[in-house]
Structure formats: C-alpha cells, structure tokens
Design a protein around this ligand. Structure first.
Ligand code: C5P
Length: 240
C-alpha cells in the first residue's frame, strides 16, 4: 500500500451547521487536505442533502456519526448511509464484537450494492471526555489507557479498519494492533497555534512520527484567515 502524502493525512473538522460555510471551506481547502469531517451537529441540521452539498466540493468525507446500537440496526444504518459514499465512518466499539462485525460486513456489502469504494469503518474506543473516575462510574474496571487498548484489539479482531484515539495512545495501539490498523487522531495543534479547549495536544509532526495515519484538525484550519494556507503549512510541518 502506498504511503499517504502529508496533505492526505489531514481531515479538517467542519464544526458548523451552515452548509454554505462548510461547502466554502471544503472547496477552499482543495488539495491541501485529505478530506473533511462532518459530524452529528452538521448531519442533524442538514441531513443527506447537506452532506451532498459539501461532497460537491470534491472532498473525501469522513462521516462521524459514532453509531452505537444493536448489530442489525447499525448494519441497516450503514446500508442507508452508503449512497452518500463517505470515505470514513465511525461506530462505537462498546457496541461489542457482534455489532462491529455486522458493521464491517454491512460496509462491504453496501459499498458493493452502491458501486462505491468501501469506506473505512473506524471505532471510537473511550471518549476523551471520560476520565478514570467516569470509567469507574460506568462500571469499567480498567484505567482509560488499558481499556482503550483492549477495545482497539477487539475492534481489530472484529474486522474494523482502525480506531479514533488520542495522540497519547498512538504508540500503545500500534504496538498492540500492528502498523496497518488505522489510527485517526484528533487533539492536534500545529506548533504555535492556540490550544483552546483541548487538554492533551500534540503537533502534527509528532503524531505522524508516532504512527498516526489521519489527523483530525478543526479550528487551527477553519479559524485561520486563510484556511488553505494553514492546511498547507501543516502538511509542510509534517513533511519537515
Ligand atoms: O482541532 P479542533 O479541536 O477544532 O477539533 C475538534 C474536532 O475534533 C471536533 O469535531 C471534535 O468532535 C473532534 N474530536 C475531539 N476530541 C476527541 C475526539 C474528536 O476534539 N477526542
């Protein structure tokens, strides 16, 4: 498999409910990113029609809906979403191995039915908003990092293509799941940019050096006066 170019690793989070704003950003970013991420906020407000408007800007789309339900429902949701032809989709690993297997199989089958490239199905392990105390409250015995690795291994065994993880878990997961298991990493801050509400950040170059495959980067690009230039600088930083 060919190595990704630095720009292809950047997935810009379009955290807005405005289709005009999202489409303009997607268009302006052009070849300087590998794709854009649309989440629940955007999809809830604009649905498939909004998704298609952004897709018209010729960007790969990471549809981050974090599906979590019984296997049959998740599989059917993946079938319903496939005509949108997203390049990456997310599900919760806490849905368990049968649900993850059903999701992976549904993605293969639905992509074949639609005649599109099969999207990567990526698992959310432990939300980074949970700390060890929250883990205890919901009945997990393990510390966050141990639980993340356990769920990442389960995701791999259940046929998922990778997981979303914090930059601080990249090394552990790659060691445990191997280099081909894709890691999608948010909480990235280019050198010198505002940290904002992210608590544990890492620079793009550091994250890629540790083994991150894709970097989810929002505000450092979207809030810049020149988003395309900001993305280009990030790709250069990864390259350097
Ligand atoms: O780069 P920025 O902080 O603006 O990126 C925010 C995006 O990354 C949001 O879409 C958010 O949902 C996502 N994200 C995150 N932290 C996580 C998981 C996802 O910020 N642990």
């Amino acid at each position: 498999m060919s190595e990704l170019k630095p720009s292809e690793r950047i997935l810009c989070a379009l955290d807005t409910i405005s289709t005009d704003e999202a489409s303009k950003l997607a268009r302006d970013l052009g070849p300087h990113v590998g794709g854009v991420k649309l989440g629940l906020e955007f999809f809830g407000a604009n649905g498939p029609a909004g998704f298609n408007e952004v897709a018209n800007a010729d960007q790969n789309i990471f549809l981050d809906l974090k599906l979590h339900d019984i296997p049959n429902t998740v599989a059917k949701a993946i079938h319903s979403l496939m005509p949108l032809k997203p390049k990456i989709m997310t599900i919760h690993t806490a849905g368990g191995p049968t649900m993850m297997r059903a999701a992976a199989e549904a993605a293969t089958e639905a992509a074949k039915n639609v005649g599109c490239e099969r999207p990567l199905i990526v698992g959310v392990t432990i939300l980074t908003s949970l700390d060890n105390e929250d883990m205890c409250a919901i009945g997990y015995q393990n510390k966050v990092s141990m639980q993340v690795v356990k769920l990442a291994r389960l995701a791999k065994e259940s046929g998922l293509d990778g997981v979303v993880c914090s930059s601080h878990e990249i090394k552990l997961i790659k060691e445990s799941c191997g280099k081909d298991f894709k890691l999608v990493v948010p909480g990235i801050r280019p050198a010198g940019s505002a940290i904002g509400d992210q608590k544990r950040t890492m620079t793009p170059a550091e994250a890629v050096a540790l083994g991150a495959d894709y970097l989810v980067i929002g505000r450092p690009i979207t809030q810049d006066d020149n988003p395309a230039e900001a993305a280009k600088k990030i790709a250069d930083e990864i390259n350097g």
